[in-house]
Design a binder for this molecule. Structure first.
Ligand code: 5GP
Length: 189
């Protein structure tokens, strides 16, 4: 998606060799106009899949998923991190290692909001090693629902997550794939 790539080049900041900061438009301040185009593109890609629910993970995925969901006219369910009493005991859970924090957290979705009739589109801001996506797939499998696809805003193609999921047969659609970002220079794949 050209608009997104241009925005990454204009406002993204490379941290080290493998972390991209996009706080200017996606992860802290949010450019809702850009999000709207991202949502439209996810809908164009998955319009034929009869999606019944969009599933994401808190916090950064929620805004993206909500804007996309308006195009699909379906609800968003977000996995909560650090399961607590607020959402009760009736939960599907999975453990997810966080690329940015370096810690493992339990994520949870209430059994009330996912079932075997659901056809799910997973949406997230980044794909690195695929841990977040695997955790969500695990939960969706527990519910007996179908994973129709995975929509990612920015995939770091030099990390293994996206291709590993593709080789397992999942449809992963990333709107921008970064091939490398060594020495602060972002190169798209
Ligand atoms: P994965 O689970 O694929 O290893 O990492 C994806 C998750 O980690 C995303 O939900 C995202 O929030 C975070 N993440 C991974 N890499 C980056 C990055 O380069 N920049 C930012 N801002 N978040 C990242």
């Amino acid at each position: 998606m050209e608009l997104l790539k241009q925005r990454i080049l204009a406002d993204g900041k490379v941290i080290g060799n493998d972390c991209l900061k996009v706080d200017m438009f996606l992860n802290h301040q949010i450019d809702v106009g850009l999000l709207n185009e991202i949502g439209r593109e996810f809908h164009r890609l998955f319009a034929e899949n009869n999606i019944t629910k969009i599933v994401t993970i808190e916090a950064s995925g929620i805004g993206i998923a909500c804007v996309a969901a308006q195009y699909f006219s379906v609800p968003v369910v977000f996995a909560k991190k650090g399961a607590n009493k607020n959402i009760g005991n009736n939960l599907y859970t999975a453990d997810v290692y966080s690329f940015t924090k370096g810690t493992t957290t339990t994520i949870a979705i209430s059994k009330d909001y996912l079932n075997e009739k659901d056809r799910v589109l997973i949406i997230d801001d980044f794909m690195a090693n695929g841990k977040a996506a695997h955790g969500l797939i695990n939960i969706i499998n527990q519910a007996g629902a179908a994973v129709e696809g995975i929509g990612i805003v920015i995939e770091k193609g030099f990390q293994s997550g996206g291709d590993a999921l593709r080789s397992l047969g999942y449809r992963v659609e990333s709107l921008a794939i970064i091939k490398s970002m060594e020495n602060g220079e972002i190169v798209f794949g």
